[in-house]
Design a protein around this ligand. Structure first.
Ligand code: FE2
Length: 268
């Protein structure tokens, strides 16, 4: 396979066939690793910015919870759980105007994933009310137990049948290294044959590697620990989120603007 990275992510037909077989075939793994998807220079930049330099309140709004958080023109959000040493940054492509490299990296991964899934990449980068749109997420986990309980997404047990999609894949971009920057289980993935693997050690994951995995296979993070001078488990994910209508205040302001516009038309 030709080298696939954040600058060169167009797959040939043969490559798509090979990757799909690894991910979807019942006797194969359920995942595929793009090694060195980011070079060290870009990985170091992302770690520097998101882990060391960023002052979240100056660029991000506090995450209001998933209900109605994501709407057209919504801001970038951050969530923090001091008890678990967890930080999450939600960076909608239209609102992350402060860190463009993350946007470019996210675009390349969304396009790569769309080729594997066989879906148009443009369908989930524009926020349309009632549809899904990818909201790139950067997560820093320093300490905790049962961080992500075992679960699957888009699988046959989804209560709403329109959320079932067995072709869906998710991508984890690893930005730090297990046993250097953190210890614990790391990301645990259940392969197509039911065998569980601790991905970082089993697959010898390095910072900058991209793991593309079948979304409806069970996945979890049982425990992570890091000392005060370690950066922790740092990763990017690309979840397609439901886009809802604008929040109440936004609607109210829009309504006010429309009334003013109409009055202006009438009297001028
Ligand atoms: Fe999940």
């Amino acid at each position: 396979m030709n080298s696939v990275n954040h600058k060169n992510f167009c797959l040939t037909k043969d490559e798509i066939w090979h990757i799909r077989e690894k991910i979807y075939h019942s006797q194969h793994d359920g995942y595929f690793v793009f090694r060195g998807f980011l070079d060290a220079r870009i990985t170091d930049h992302l770690i520097n910015y998101w882990v060391k330099l960023l002052d979240p309140p100056s660029t991000h709004k506090l995450f209001p919870g998933k209900k109605n958080a994501f709407h057209p023109n919504c801001p970038s959000y951050y969530a923090q759980n001091k008890k678990n040493d967890l930080k999450v940054f939600y960076n909608p492509l239209w609102s992350n105007r402060h860190e463009i490299v993350s946007n470019e990296v996210a675009f390349s991964i969304i396009q790569l994933r769309a080729q594997i899934e066989g879906k148009a990449f443009t369908r989930e980068i524009i926020p349309v009310v009632g549809q899904r749109c990818v909201i790139p997420r950067l997560i820093i986990t320093k300490n905790g137990k049962n961080i992500l309980m075992p679960h699957s997404d888009y699988s046959l047990d989804e209560p709403d049948s329109k959320n079932i999609d067995l072709a869906r894949v998710q991508a984890t971009l690893f930005l730090s290294e297990i046993d250097q920057d953190y210890s614990g289980s790391g990301f645990i993935f259940t392969k197509n044959n039911g065998q569980k693997i601790e991905c970082e050690r089993a697959l010898k994951i390095k910072p900058g590697d991209l793991l593309v995995w079948r979304y409806n296979n069970v996945h979890e993070i049982s425990d992570i620990s890091s000392s005060s001078d370690q950066i922790g488990f740092v990763r990017m994910l690309f979840p397609p989120e439901s886009i809802t209508r604008s929040n109440g205040l936004g609607n109210f302001l829009d309504m006010g603007k429309n009334i003013l516009r109409k009055c202006k038309r009438k009297f001028l």
